[in-house]
Write a protein that binds this ligand. Structure first.
Ligand code: 13P
Length: 253
């Protein structure tokens, strides 16, 4: 049985004080919940405050990106070690917004994934097709390329610390959710790709999150599917009651 994992990707939202308020509100309701892994991923500037707010609870903190080098002349970038120092345990890598707006490629996702794992962070590696790719029935090819490129060269131990997020680009922030059946089909496909890269036994331990307009109203049905092991939540993670509603759906799933 894979433990479900619900992560909030706050994207470029929340000042430090707003982030603190949101983390406090989530903590108040979820403090003692250990049945599901809960991760908050604020912007870099609020990581320290959110880490402090949730310290001593089961809630973990993650970042939304990092650089693959340990240090050096990379203006504007943040290393894995810097995230660890702020008590991050997870890092989202290869989000479609990073691919679309910031030139992220499968190669850089692979470098970052390896660097994160080497530094003791758990990467949440995002994959997903655009609407055009889905309509042209190319989504499996796109996802195969992203998985094989992003996860190339990982060891068995690495796979045990990996989380994959399937986020169809057409469902992000659009209010359009993949149907539970559509999502399950892709999640099972992703798991079959993980089997090719590792083994059935290892692939069975990797958690695959769904992301794209997940909310309390649709979470339970998505999370009831056998290969949907959690959610990567954008908009609904910015509001404590709706994020908590999704976590509660995961606890009951
Ligand atoms: P929404 O939940 O706002 O669709 O965003 C999903 C997402 O991109 C999470 O990383």
């Amino acid at each position: 049985m894979r433990k479900k994992i619900i992560a909030g990707n706050w994207k470029m939202n929340k000042t430090v004080s707003e982030a603190q308020n949101l983390a406090d509100a989530i903590k108040r309701d979820l403090d003692s919940e250990a049945k599901v892994d809960v991760v908050l991923c604020p912007p870099f500037t609020a990581i320290s405050a959110v880490s402090q707010a949730v310290s001593g609870t089961q809630i973990a903190v993650g970042a939304q990106n990092m650089h693959f080098e340990a240090s050096g002349a990379y203006t504007g970038e943040i290393s894995a070690e810097m995230l660890r120092e702020q008590y991050c345990r997870y890092v989202i890598l290869g989000h479609s917004e990073r691919r679309q707006y910031f030139g992220e490629t499968d190669e850089s996702v692979n470098q970052k994934t390896k660097a994160a794992l080497a530094a003791g962070l758990k990467p949440i590696v995002c994959v997903g097709e655009t609407l055009e790719e889905r309509e042209a029935d190319k989504y499996q090819d796109v996802i195969r390329t992203q998985i094989n490129g992003g996860l190339a060269g990982l060891s068995e131990a690495d796979f045990k610390n990996l989380v994959v997020a399937y986020e169809p680009v057409w469902a992000i922030g659009t209010g359009k959710t993949a149907s539970p059946e559509q999502a399950q089909e892709v999640h099972a496909f992703i798991r079959s790709l993980l089997v090719e890269l590792s083994s059935q036994a290892i692939a069975d331990t990797v958690r695959i999150q769904y992301g794209g307009s997940m909310k309390p109203a649709n979470a339970a049905e998505l999370l009831s599917k056998p290969d949907i092991d959690g959610g990567l939540i954008g908009g609904a993670a910015l509001d404590a009651p709706s994020f908590i509603g999704i976590v509660k759906a995961a606890i009951e799933a």
